[in-house]
Ligand binder design. Structure first.
Ligand code: SF4
Length: 440
């Protein structure tokens, strides 16, 4: 798959900070910060899963041929329906050409809307070429909104590799979308807002569970259709479904919404704790909660058994990629008996990751940021049984005899909730099983 790497520091000089004493809850944390050369997809990648979720939205990347290649080749293997994204190429223009660039953008939008009148929400997605940086996309979005309102909402955000890593693209998109949410009426009944793009099947499972618990009003953000964006206000209780939505959480808080802190819904334990945070906010009794979750929880635990056999006692090393790493490390150590040697994450949001960090072994090295060469040295030194990393590192590490898992698969696949727990565990077990077979 073609990919465009963000190389943060061409000279690759490490600025690793020394170990600093830190805690999560009342437990010590073995936390390091590292800054140097890193490699990760840019935020445009998020379009691949976001466009499948929002059925009347369209993502127009304002970018270069490189951006177009990235998204077409990434999507080429993943898209099964008519694509809801495209790239408006803005290249080879100087400052004097910016008026033309705006005209060009207006023309592309006009042609797109003439061809696709079903589009109700248009995202203008910024990227990193200098021609695009010079173009003020928020003003372009305002100008075009005036022209096409009310039939079409136009929202802009940046997926630029300078500003975003790959899951930050979803965060930037959803943070921008918060502005489109209506104000909840004062004194409105409390409602639950589940935030993060989940596959429809997972969303339906959660909706059923929340309804059985007795939570009367449940909305998902982003919604499937742009006309269904939930009203937000002080009576909104937010449950994040993904650990990488820090900016979105802040925008929701600014609207008065209250976030419910919880581990993320991975595996039997993570999903139980996540549902419990909502149940507690609605003061649902412990016996009723236990009755509602018991069959799903038991099903999830059973589904983990096979992979647990393979993974128990195995050592795992996470390179920083998706910001899901602390949550996944909690899952594989607590529920599958693995030993996490190092958990790298591009950014560590202590507020969001706190409940997961509290459950990690204090010995586990947690590294925020990356200096890829130093990290590779530590990884080779540790000789883990399984390495979770980006595509660019996986092949060379496999060639050295290591077993790897592509971290991007953990973002693309349905992995949340009781009924996906077995699939999530299998994503970790499969490379080891395959490796063992190859050896035989
Ligand atoms: Fe490359 Fe930047 Fe375009 Fe991403 S946004 S594909 S990093 S040029």
């Amino acid at each position: 798959m073609a990919r465009h790497l963000l190389l943060d520091r061409a000279d690759g000089v490490a600025l690793a900070q020394p170990l600093r004493a830190d805690t999560a809850g009342d437990r010590p944390l073995n936390l390091h910060k590292e800054r140097g050369q890193r490699e990760v997809f840019c935020g445009l990648t998020g379009i691949i899963w976001l466009h499948r979720k929002m059925q009347d939205a369209f993502f127009l990347v304002v970018g270069s041929r490189t951006c177009a290649h990235l998204i077409q080749s990434a999507a080429g293997v993943m898209v099964f329906a008519e694509p809801r994204f495209a790239t408006a190429i803005m290249e080879e223009r100087d400052l004097a050409g910016m008026a033309d660039a705006n005209e060009e953008l207006d023309r592309v939008v006009h042609e797109l809307l003439a061809r696709r009148p079903d589009i109700k929400l248009l995202f203008l997605v910024g990227s990193c070429p200098s021609e695009v940086i010079k173009l003020d996309l928020s003003r372009a979005a305002q100008r075009l909104s005036l022209k096409y309102a009310p039939a079409l909402k136009i929202v802009n955000y940046s997926g630029s590799g300078i500003e975003t890593t790959f899951t930050q693209g979803e965060d930037a998109c959803l943070a921008a979308l918060v502005a489109e949410a209506p104000e909840a009426a004062p004194g409105a009944d409390p409602s639950l807002l589940v935030v993060g793009a989940l596959p429809d099947i997972v969303e339906d499972q959660f909706r059923r569970l929340f309804a059985q618990l007795g939570i009367p009003r449940i909305d998902f953000f982003p919604p499937r259709r742009s006309g269904e964006i939930a009203a937000i206000g002080p009576n909104t209780r937010v449950l994040l479904a993904q650990p990488f939505l820090g900016d979105t959480a802040q925008k929701l808080a600014a609207r008065g919404a209250v976030r419910l802190g919880a581990p993320f819904p991975f595996g039997a334990e993570g999903t139980t704790a996540w549902l419990k945070a909502a149940a507690d906010a609605w003061r649902i009794s412990a016996p009723h909660f236990a009755r509602v979750v018991e069959s799903g929880r038991a099903r999830a635990k059973r589904a983990l058994e096979g992979s647990r056999e393979t993974l128990k006692g195995k050592r795992i090393f996470f390179f920083p990629d998706s910001q899901m790493e602390p949550s996944l490390a909690r899952f594989v150590t607590q529920e599958l008996g693995m030993i996490a040697v190092e958990v790298g994450t591009p950014y560590l949001n202590r507020d969001l990751a706190g409940p997961e960090l509290e459950q990690l072994d204090p010995e586990t090295r947690i590294v925020e940021g990356q200096d890829v060469d130093l990290q590779l040295d530590r990884c080779r030194d540790a000789k883990p049984d399984l390495i979770v990393c980006g595509l660019g590192l996986a092949n060379p590490l496999e060639a050295e005899g290591f077993t790897t898992k592509w971290s991007i698969e953990l973002v693309f696949s349905p992995v949340h909730g009781f009924d996906q727990a077995g699939d999530l565990a299998a994503l970790f077990a499969r490379p080891l099983v395959r490796h063992a077979r190859l050896k035989v």
